[in-house]
Design a protein around this ligand. Structure first.
Ligand code: HEC
Ligand code: HEC
Length: 229
């Protein structure tokens, strides 16, 4: 059951082992509900206050004090599940996910820091995207919605695209960041913690990935996601 994840979790990291079967087709439930924590970190210390301070000092310059920033290519962290955050900090630290800024920071973090920052991120309430400067293009939104349904994005990320457990919130994430992430999963430059995303996007044409990024960044909510189908 622990396919894909076991090899990435080195003993010392003591991360939760995560389960996302690479083949979403056979699943009855979204993997958001299926995390197994067979090697959980030691009981959470009441560290959230100090990590709130450390976040303000170390992370907020790029990610925003409330976890939402306008800096190009810098992801919104507000509303991100802590389990997702820890997998990504782990990947940066191990050099499996690479980004100059994040890799440099992650390499300085202890296991306790990975936990502390992730738990803190998990407490940040979602900050919705500001209203778009120009109204979304209806044709592009409809195409994006059809692609999202066809490729099971809503199945794994949830009807509201809010994620859960090791699956990230993506609704309202910055379009440029979404586009780069999807392209990275597609080309292999961003290996995931599991194979889930690589498999999900492997058959999607590059221009359709861009349409998905456009749609997800402007995600209208579950009603908009399912209407017209
Ligand atoms: C110099 C700017 C900068 C600083 C400082 C910074 N980050 Fe980041 N962070 C980024 C960028 C840029 C990315 C996206 C990297 C990529 O595209 O792979 C990122 C990605 C992340 C992600 C993955 C988010 C996702 O949706 O996949 C997490 C989690 C994260 N940062 C946490 C932190 C924490 C915790 C700190 C402080 C200890 C921090 N970052 C400090 C720029 C920064
Ligand atoms: C089988 C379940 C599954 C499916 C289907 C799926 N995802 Fe994901 N997605 C995940 C998981 C799990 C991650 C965390 C990536 C990792 O393992 O590092 C993720 C990560 C992402 C990210 C990166 C977010 C960030 O903050 O960096 C984006 C963007 C994304 N998915 C968009 C999509 C879109 C668009 C679709 C539909 C084409 C889709 N996903 C389909 C499970 C899935």
């Amino acid at each position: 059951m622990i396919r894909g994840a076991a090899g990435l979790v080195s003993g010392a990291a003591a991360l939760a082992l995560l389960v996302v079967p690479p083949d979403a087709g056979g699943q009855q439930k979204a993997p958001a509900a299926r995390a197994a924590t067979s090697a959980p970190p030691a009981a959470a210390a009441p560290a959230s206050v100090s990590y709130a301070q450390r976040f303000a000092g170390l992370c907020a310059a790029c990610h925003g004090a409330n976890g939402r920033t306008d800096m190009p290519l810098t992801p919104v962290l507000a509303g991100q599940p802590s389990l997702y955050a820890i997998t990504q900090l782990f990947l940066f630290r191990e050099g499996r996910r690479s980004n100059e800024a994040m890799t440099a920071i992650a390499r300085t973090l202890t296991d306790g820091d990975l936990r502390g920052f992730s738990e803190y991120i998990g407490t940040l309430p979602p900050v919705p995207a500001p209203p778009p400067a120009t109204p979304p293009d209806p044709a592009r939104m409809a195409k994006g919605r059809a692609l999202a349904e066809q490729h099971k994005c809503l199945f794994c990320h949830g009807a509201e695209l809010r994620g859960g457990q090791q699956v990230p919130l993506i609704a309202g994430q910055h379009e440029d960041y979404l586009r780069e992430s999807l392209r990275g999963f597609h080309s292999g430059t961003r290996p995931g913690y599991t194979q889930a995303m690589t498999a999900a996007v492997s058959q999607i044409a590059p221009e359709d990935l861009d349409t998905l990024a456009y749609y997800v960044a402007r995600f209208p909510g579950a009603a908009g996601a399912s209407s017209g189908k």
